[in-house]
Write a new protein. Structure first.
Length: 250
């Protein structure tokens, strides 16, 4: 499904630049996400994907440009992982109440949305990897976000586990109407679920709707041959020149 940008974006970056440790990690990033849209950011390791998410989350400060957030923006964040002391007795429901208490009803509703309705009394240490990530999803849903941000939320899950997790994300979007912005290396899974894919390599190289195009050279150049055409290439419009690997493949 494509979502037309007729309404004001939830978040927009204009000419965003970020420097970290003296290195220009992002430059001139113009990005926007509309209500209800599912956008996936792809790009090689170190291309600035997490940095862009962190800038949007407000945890790092831009060195150039600006980030415009819509009034009433409610962010939910699913981190890549969270390490808990396995000896700590902590039920799922209690975990959801940290650091701010939530009612049992609200915790239950969030767990239900995340597909874990019956697990509120389970110990966190006893959860499978997939269940754990769903608890993080439930936590991100507690405040009814209108933008859900996921940074490699399925790292460590096997392929069926990752696919199930992203199906759940689509269900959450369908039920709540929230927009979803995610970074993932499970490209074949997330791209099919995305309205739009943004390819980042320090700046936005290309973006557009994912399309199943076998053996696309730009895609192969970035992600190797293993995709076998099951993956999608996105519409590619270039009006600038640069010399990284994406260009080399064209
Ligand atoms: N605090 C920091 N200080 C200095 N450099 C940093 C810092 N955080 C990130 N970087 C650098 O910024 C670049 C982009 O990092 P980022 O984590 O955003 O990339 P990524 O695309 O998410 O990578 P990956 O796919 O490996 O997760 C990297 O070169 C990284 O080393």
């Amino acid at each position: 499904m494509r979502v037309r940008r007729m309404t004001a974006p939830l978040v927009e970056t204009r000419g965003l630049g970020v420097r970290m440790g003296g290195v220009q990690v992002l430059r001139d990033v113009d990005f926007a996400i509309a209500p209800g849209e599912i956008v996936t950011i792809v790009g090689p390791n170190g291309s600035g994907k997490s940095t862009l998410l962190r800038a949007i989350l407000g945890s790092i400060r831009p060195s150039a440009g600006r980030i415009v957030r819509s009034a009433g923006l409610r962010l939910g964040h699913v981190p890549q992982r969270l390490v808990l002391d396995p000896t700590l007795p902590l039920t799922v429901t209690r975990f959801l109440g940290l650091p701010r208490r939530v009612s049992v009803a609200r915790a239950r509703e969030a767990l239900d949305r995340a597909g874990l309705a019956d697990l509120g009394g389970r110990q966190m240490a006893d959860l499978s990897g997939g269940q754990f990530q769903r608890v993080l999803l439930a936590r991100a849903l507690l405040d009814a976000p209108n933008l859900l941000i996921l940074d490699e939320a399925t790292a460590g899950l096997d392929q069926p586990g990752a696919a199930a997790f992203y199906r759940r994300i689509e269900e959450v979007r369908a039920r709540t109407g929230c927009a979803v912005l995610m970074v993932s290396h499970d490209l074949h899974v997330v791209m099919s679920a995305s309205n739009r894919v943004v390819c980042l390599n320090g700046h936005i190289c290309c973006e557009g709707a994912p399309e199943a195009v076998a053996g696309a050279p730009v895609y192969r150049a970035l992600f190797g041959e293993g995709t076998q055409g099951a993956l999608a290439l996105y519409r590619h419009r270039h009006d600038h020149h640069h010399d990284h690997a994406v260009e080399a493949a064209e």
